[in-house]
Design a protein. Structure first.
Length: 326
């Protein structure tokens, strides 16, 4: 066993993971560590399955305890910045935030500062001791809405386990191109696009991805959808809606060229041309408090830009219906 200065970390394999490879489930339970590091710990015997060494390909049964006996010190290396945050809920164990569109979650090559991580470290400097400053899931830069952030290691471990077990309810509002007649389910695997590394794509050899959607409001050439994630792949809703040929309004990666409805008013044309991001908002998050054990449900209000877009679409549909009756 390797020497370690921090206590071992533990998590429970979700029952839903039964039959899957140990290394794949481990990567979902501890996403703050790279797959190569986790694989090395499995081979060295520092990642135990049910208290015993295991091979990366060994199938799990569900319910076993996973122990990481060699845990390197993980600190978030970023500078605290005084960036305003809209906190919807907080206690000693977690924050629930309303992330605005335009705010990058993690620092990276193109965004070394000015991110959600920098803002979190300013609000709570102790988050520096947690993987990714306590962030357990992410939203794209131009997707607004609700996010949960752990403030303690037990909360972090518990939230990651719930996400891996698909026990976190994530509901989004999306405005898409086309007037859908019903809701449905997009069940199509997703992985990196084979040629464009900035994009994801539906691929037969990809990772399972399931999005449920239902109609919230139908316009003459667009639809407001309520989307629920069963899985949480990168760009999942955006890719699935493009795959269904109903891309999200304003999506720069998956939306394709702008198509104005027949007879579009100047106001509608301006609204669609001027909507500078994907019309996607993480509206509601539901989970079990990882420490207290109580259910938590938090919603983020629909932002002003999407409310204005919905208003214009609604008025356009009403005017079109009146014109058709004449």
């Amino acid at each position: 066993m390797s020497q370690h200065s921090a206590p071992p970390r533990q998590a429970t394999i979700p029952d839903e993971a039964a039959g899957r490879r140990f290394d794949a489930v481990l990567a979902e339970l501890f996403p703050e560590y790279s797959r190569s590091r986790l694989a090395a710990w499995i081979k060295s015997g520092d990642a135990l399955l049910g208290g015993e060494p295991a091979r990366p390909r060994d199938p799990v049964r569900g319910g076993e305890t996973v122990t990481l006996a060699a845990v390197a010190e993980v600190r978030t290396e970023a500078v605290a910045e005084d960036i305003p945050l809209q906190v919807l809920y907080e206690d000693a164990d977690l924050f629930v935030l309303d992330k605005p569109a335009g705010l990058v979650v993690h620092p990276g090559a193109g965004n070394p500062a000015g991110t959600l991580v920098n803002a979190l470290l300013h609000r709570d400097p102790e988050l520096a001791a947690l993987p990714r400053a306590g962030i357990v899931h992410r939203l794209d830069k131009d997707t607004s809405g609700v996010m949960v952030v752990a403030r303690t290691l037990p909360a972090h471990t518990g939230l990651v386990a719930q996400l891996a077990a698909r026990q976190v309810h994530r509901q989004y509002l999306a405005v898409v191109v086309g007037a859908l007649v019903s809701g449905g389910t997009a069940d199509a695997a997703i992985d990196r696009h084979p040629r464009d590394r900035l994009r994801m794509a539906v691929r037969a050899d990809g990772r399972e991805a399931v999005t449920h959607f239902r109609l919230r409001e139908r316009f003459r050439a667009h639809t407001a959808l309520e989307c629920r994630l069963e899985t949480g792949r990168t760009h999942q809703i955006r890719v699935h809606m493009q795959h269904l040929r109903h891309p999200i309004v304003g999506d720069p990666l998956y939306g394709g060229p702008l198509k104005l409805p027949k007879g579009a008013s100047e106001e509608l044309a301006a609204a669609l041309r001027g909507f500078g991001r994907q019309a996607l908002h993480a509206e509601t998050l539901e989970f079990v408090h990882p420490v207290a054990g109580e259910p938590v449900r938090v919603s983020a209000p629909v932002p002003a830009d999407m409310l204005e877009l919905l208003r214009v679409l609604r008025e356009d549909s009403h005017a079109w219906e009146q014109a058709q009756r004449r």
